[in-house]
Design a protein around this ligand. Structure first.
Ligand code: CA
Length: 223
């Protein structure tokens, strides 16, 4: 198992790298944001431990860039115990977080738990009820009938398909599909979901996109 640690504090970085190496992992350590992002996008890692406060690019910017193409589990390290920070990390696609200072044993438990869970599954052909997404061909059908989607509609459906059964908040969708930041007006998401529904749900009896009040949207077959 190969892990990437992105941490700018020398002592903390050494401590984490040494501890994880002794625990049997192969560990690469990047000590600034740009190096961390470069490593994360060019090498394959089973998990990334990502500090939030980093020189060059911070942890938020790194995970936002990463989540466009990489589904590697990310464990955030945050020095601040603010609830907003933790929520923001999870919204942007982090899988878990740990507040500094932490006990090494806890870091190890969190890492092992995430590794057992594995990355979000990336499939080329996605099926749900009679909906089919051919990701490489960017083709969507329902009941065998072709459905034309715009690029954004496809990106939205693809995001939902990769997290089928999970409630996706508007801000998460906005950050992943439109690259808008967390605080932007997310009304654009509601409009896009409505348009997507008009194409993939409205003409069919079985609805697959569901609204979760005050939370967001979920793609699932509820029969
Ligand atoms: Ca730091």
């Amino acid at each position: 198992m190969r892990l990437l640690v992105v941490e700018d504090e020398q002592k903390a970085g050494e401590y984490i790298q040494k501890g994880l190496t002794e625990s049997g992992f192969v560990v690469d350590w990047a000590n600034n944001g740009p190096e961390g992002l470069h490593a994360a996008t060019t090498c394959h890692y089973d998990l990334i431990v990502l500090d939030v406060m980093l020189p060059g690019l911070d942890g938020w910017q790194i995970i936002t860039a990463l989540r466009k193409s990489v589904d590697t589990p990310v464990l955030f390290l945050t020095a601040r115990d603010a609830l907003d920070d933790r929520i923001k990390g999870l919204e942007l696609g982090a899988d878990d977080y740990l507040v500094k200072p932490f006990a090494f044993a806890e870091l190890l438990v969190r890492i092992r738990t995430l590794l057992r869970r594995g990355p979000i599954k990336e499939v080329e052909l996605f099926h749900l009820a009679d909906l089919e997404l051919d990701v490489p061909k960017r083709r969507v059908t329902r009941g065998g009938a072709r459905i034309d989607l715009t690029a954004k509609e496809f990106a939205l459906l693809h995001l939902m398909s990769r997290r089928v059964g999970q409630v996706l908040s508007r801000s998460l969708i906005a950050s992943q599909v439109w690259d808008m930041n967390f605080d932007s007006d997310t009304n654009v998401v509601d409009v896009a979901v409505r348009r997507l529904r008009a194409k993939i749900d409205d003409p069919f009896d079985v609805k697959l996109i569901h609204t979760i009040r005050n939370m967001g949207y979920v793609l699932e077959d509820r029969r």
